[in-house]
Design a protein. Structure first.
Length: 587
């Protein structure tokens, strides 16, 4: 039954996956297990423990069959999620703690398991690292599965959805999302999660609109409530009144019409009116995103974030697994190039098997290239896998978070060692594979001229460059108003980098989020960027503006933009230019 609460309640969260959908709320949390603690007579302790083990066994069987179902439906890409859950089921701490509570406290198995979960949750909640903290929800999902077995309840909350349903949940595990039927489930909204959460990543790759980080949405919605999910703006409207409903229906129709219109640009060249070509490429985390990059007309992959293959699992992918994944992406994208970034973990991305120490300032800590250089075997394994994949198409490799020339030289020595190992084993690879670096630290900007002598290309990671230049934590929602891509310091940095690259005869790309903002295109073109890499849906939007610009007008616009003192001034200048010159291109 729909809620009697007031109409038109608007909630603001984080737009994790773009698109607008209107559907009926289905609150997954309403089905959360309620556990009642009871005392178990001494004579029944053994059978209570047996009941717990039976439930564990059944959970394992269910997960194995789910794994099989998912691999048939969606391939093997996301199966590590199920593997993680299987490993949690095998965790001896979870089992021994629960069994000893049943024995010592003489409580029922459900209550014992629930208490164990509470302990685990407290442990995870105390962890500073956002990524690792979010993994606590994996334990919760697994424990719920076991609890339901003991209580004789079903799990397939999401499979049961009928009609056009928006799932409202405290949190969703990627395995929940992978089970859903895209025909029925049209959107997700969750209390928890940020842009790096698995929910966000998987929903983006499946192109299901989602808003996360809404904090208390599960307490505000009941099953059957009409609900609007605006993944573009990060807004959710519960019980929209007639006017809002009509407005959104129009927004949605317009959005979908625009998306279709944008797709018509797919095969048109990405060039200015005066014939200047810019390579527009896609950023991917998973192999499943490749078809979408192609559908939107991406001419290659400008950033493949390989760390996604390493996250959310307890063992590292070996050379074979990495090679197979990289080669498949390269094969699917051929003849266009795939730019593979070496491991960028540390900071807010956690890899269990690396046993990294807690750091006081993880963003300034042992991350990215620093970690790769510290673990040469890990790095060379990845480099060999990348090199081997280079025979399947055009591969370019680049290193994240470079802050000085020494790091590039060390990375190149290890790359040369990896090449020699392959030569010795007569394994083929592209001897001329291009090498690049990400420019995402202020030091890299300042010495861009020195760095340009060492590599074939630069790719500017504005997400980090802005964070480090302006000293604004990119994950802190309270500072988001200060996170300004148009800040004069950022624009000047971009100019220094582009000029340094061109003076040395190398090309310059951008793969941070700034590259996918259509309104910034004239500035980036005017500054001389040769290549821009972005999420799939932005590609035609950026192309549309590009095809209306001339190189010379973009150059004068960029020069003018560099003359202002604040981001606000640059922004209003840019808006006025966009309105007068490209008015029907604004989203
Ligand atoms: C960046 O920092 O801009 C970037 C593209 O890398 P990531 O977002 O993966 O840190
Ligand atoms: Mg970065």
């Amino acid at each position: 039954m729909a809620s009697e609460k007031s109409k038109n309640r608007i909630f603001r969260g984080i737009g994790a996956s773009p698109g607008i959908v209107i559907g009926e709320a289905r609150v997954a949390d309403r089905n959360r297990v309620v556990v009642v603690e009871t005392t178990v007579p001494a004579a029944e302790i053994a059978s209570e423990i047996e009941r717990f083990h039976d439930a564990l066994r059944k959970a394992k069987e269910d997960l194995l069959s789910l794994k099989e179902q998912i691999s048939r439906k969606r391939g093997t890409e996301h199966l590590y999620v199920i593997d993680t859950h299987l490993m949690i089921l095998d965790d001896t701490m979870l089992t021994t703690e629960t069994v000893s509570l049943i024995e010592q406290e003489r409580i029922n198995a459900e209550a014992a398991l629930h208490r164990t979960l509470k302990k685990f949750k407290e442990f995870f909640e105390g962890i500073e690292d956002e990524y690792l903290r979010e993994r606590g929800s994996d334990v919760e999902t697994v424990v719920e599965r076991v609890l339901r077995n003991m209580l004789g309840q079903r799990h397939e909350i999401l499979c049961e959805a009928e009609g056009r349903v928006v799932i409202v949940a405290h949190d969703l595990s990627p395995s929940d999302i992978l089970q859903i039927d895209k025909e029925k489930v049209v959107g997700f909204v969750t209390d928890l999660g940020g842009k790096t959460s698995h929910t966000a990543i998987v929903s983006r790759s499946l192109e299901i609109p989602a808003v996360v980080g809404l904090e208390k949405i599960t307490g505000e919605v009941v099953d059957g409530d009409p609900i609007i999910v605006d993944g573009n703006k990060g807004l959710v409207v519960v019980n929209p009144d007639e006017e809002t409903f009509r407005d959104y229906l129009q927004h949605k129709q317009y959005y979908e019409y625009r998306e279709k219109e944008f797709l018509k640009l797919k095969d048109l060249p990405a060039e200015t009116v005066d014939g200047q070509r810019i390579a527009l490429k896609g950023n991917v985390e998973f192999i499943e995103e490749v078809p979408s990059i192609k559908k939107h007309g991406g001419e290659g992959i400008g950033l493949y974030r390989t760390e996604m293959l390493f996250l959310g699992r307890s063992t590292l992918p070996d050379e074979e697994e990495q090679f197979r994944t990289y080669a498949e992406i390269v094969r699917q994208m051929a003849p266009y190039p795939v730019t593979i970034r070496t491991l960028d973990v540390g900071g807010d991305k956690f890899v269990a098997d690396l046993n990294l120490d807690d750091e006081l300032n993880p963003a300034l800590g042992l991350r990215a290239i620093r970690l790769s250089l510290r673990c040469p075997d890990l790095f060379k394994t990845q480099l060999r896998a990348i090199l081997r994949a280079s025979t399947f198409g055009t591969v370019r490799v680049f290193f994240p978070m470079i802050s000085g020339v020494g790091e590039i030289r060390s990375a190149k020595i290890l790359l040369e060692e990896a090449k020699q190992e392959l030569r010795d084993a007569s394994v083929p690879f592209d001897e001329n594979m291009e090498i690049g670096i990400m420019i995402e630290t202020p030091s890299a900007v300042i010495i861009a001229d020195l760095l340009a002598r060492e590599v074939d290309f630069f790719s500017v990671g504005t997400n980090d460059l802005i964070q480090y230049s302006l000293a604004i934590d990119r994950t802190n929602e309270h500072l988001s108003h200060l996170y300004e891509p148009l800040h004069p310091a950022v624009l000047r940095s971009l100019k220094i980098v582009a000029d340094a690259a061109h003076n040395e005869g190398i090309y310059v790309s951008m793969c941070g989020e700034m590259a996918g903002e259509p309104n910034y295109l004239p500035i980036l073109l005017g500054l001389g960027f040769d290549e821009l890499s972005m999420n799939a849906v932005s590609i035609p939007k950026v192309k549309r503006i590009l095809r209306r610009c001339s190189r010379s007008e973009a150059e004068s616009l960029a020069q003018q933009a560099l003359s202002f003192s604040t981001a606000t001034e640059v922004d209003s200048y840019l808006q006025s230019q966009i309105v007068t010159r490209f008015s029907d291109s604004i989203d």
